[in-house]
Design a binder for this molecule. Structure first.
Ligand code: BGC
Length: 384
């Protein structure tokens, strides 16, 4: 080989080697099987006014997907997922510190209970006895009352399993809390898997019959929290009906077909396409189309600007689709970013609102000896 040819060959070899190493490295760092790279770390997040220490846990998988969860309210404070070009972005609304969560907010990222959504006037009758719950929303009971599970300190332990890394939260909700009958012992496990899924497993037992309807209340913006509205996101809901509500968002009892209405998301359409036809915006329980029990896909959301895709899978019969209608730009969130009206959407897998007053809805009553269970999975990907 002549000198010049040798040089050209050398450069060619070097480029090939660099490219090959790059491909191997990136294959390794995006390998969904690389469980070794899953991590969980813990740091102090702050103190409650009564002096209890609250921690912040960071779950990370081999793809770099990161979830931060605090044991105050079981709140997901940050969710970093890759966009179409592999860049990680935080896609949930929230705050940078505990102080701001303590000051109150519209349930950003929180665990909700004992009853997700509304119970009319906070009243229901169970086994012939009338109960009165705390009212906190236009005379109705919303998301567990004045001090729901979003505002309590959960005991926490780290989970390392073949399925992923996670956080196990436990809370004992005492008999009479916010007016509910019976002690309720609740365990919630958040698990981050190598498949870019955030799995939430709920379990609860009670020593007296009580309504239970637990859910998770993250506000998502797949373009990035604080990056405008979600009106251009495309949504598909696997629901052929919804529960009709009155002006105070209490179900009338009617279950109406979505076909021919702005509630028809059976084929993907943007959130903004028909939102103006729905007074106040979407804040409705969708009745999931089910052929069997078990985990089933309930929703798929796509943001064209980032190419991020989110699927929601659940064992629940309903899905509250809330488009952040009450956000008004007055809340300054993480990094000082402002959350405008429709700046995030929630997909809360749960039983129907006000079920204790609607015997025709699937029952939410948990009896002693039985175990309440629900599983919901938020699965992230990009559109290729
Ligand atoms: C409800 C809304 C409520 C919001 C509070 C949603 O789950 O459906 O009506 O305003 O939570 O942030």
């Amino acid at each position: 080989m002549r000198n010049r040819d040798r040089k050209i060959f050398g450069v060619f070899l070097a480029i090939t080697l660099i490219l090959a190493t790059g491909v191997t490295l990136s294959a390794r760092s995006t390998s969904k099987e690389n469980k070794g790279a899953m991590e969980i770390t813990k740091e102090e997040f702050g103190h409650t006014p009564d002096g209890r220490t609250v921690n912040l846990y960071t779950l990370k998988n081999a793809n770099g997907m990161t979830v931060k969860i605090t044991n105050y309210g079981g709140i997901v404070t940050e969710l970093m997922v890759p966009d179409g070009s592999g860049r990680l972005g935080d896609i949930v609304l929230g705050f940078d510190n505990l102080k701001e969560y303590l000051a109150g907010d519209p349930y950003f990222g929180a665990l909700i209970g004992r009853y997700g959504n509304r119970i009319a006037k906070g009243k229901f009758t169970l086994d012939g006895k009338a109960y009165s719950l705390a009212t906190n929303n236009n005379g109705n009971h919303l998301h567990g009352g004045i001090k729901g599970y979003d505002k309590v300190v959960w005991s926490a332990s780290e989970v390392r399993s073949p399925e992923g890394v996670g956080l196990k939260l436990n809370y004992l909700s005492k008999d009479g809390e916010e007016g509910y009958p019976g002690n309720l012992n609740i365990t919630v496990v958040y698990l981050l898997t190598p498949m870019n899924e955030l799995k939430i497993d709920y379990a609860a037992t009670a020593d007296r019959p009580t309504p239970v309807n637990l859910t998770h209340h993250s506000y998502f913006n797949l373009a990035g929290a604080g990056k405008g509205t979600i009106l251009d996101h495309e949504v598909m809901l696997n629901a052929d009906a919804y529960t009709v509500v009155d002006a105070s968002l209490i179900p009338t009892g009617e279950i109406r077909k979505v076909s021919g209405t702005p509630f028809d998301f059976t084929k993907p359409k943007t959130i903004g396409a028909e939102i103006s036809k729905v007074e106040g915006g979407y804040d409705h329980n969708f009745v999931l189309t089910r052929k069997a029990y078990g985990l089933q896909m309930a929703a798929r959301v796509y943001d064209p600007t980032s190419a991020r895709l989110m699927e929601v899978w659940t064992t629940e019969p309903g899905l509250q689709f809330y488009t952040g209608n009450f956000l008004d730009g007055s809340i300054k969130g993480k990094c000082g970013l402002v959350y405008p009206k429709n700046g995030g959407f929630c997909l809360e897998a749960q039983h129907y609102p006000d079920s204790p007053n609607h015997p025709e809805f699937p029952s939410t009553i948990l009896n002693p000896g039985a175990t309440y269970r629900q599983q919901t999975v938020y699965r992230f990907d990009i559109k290729k």
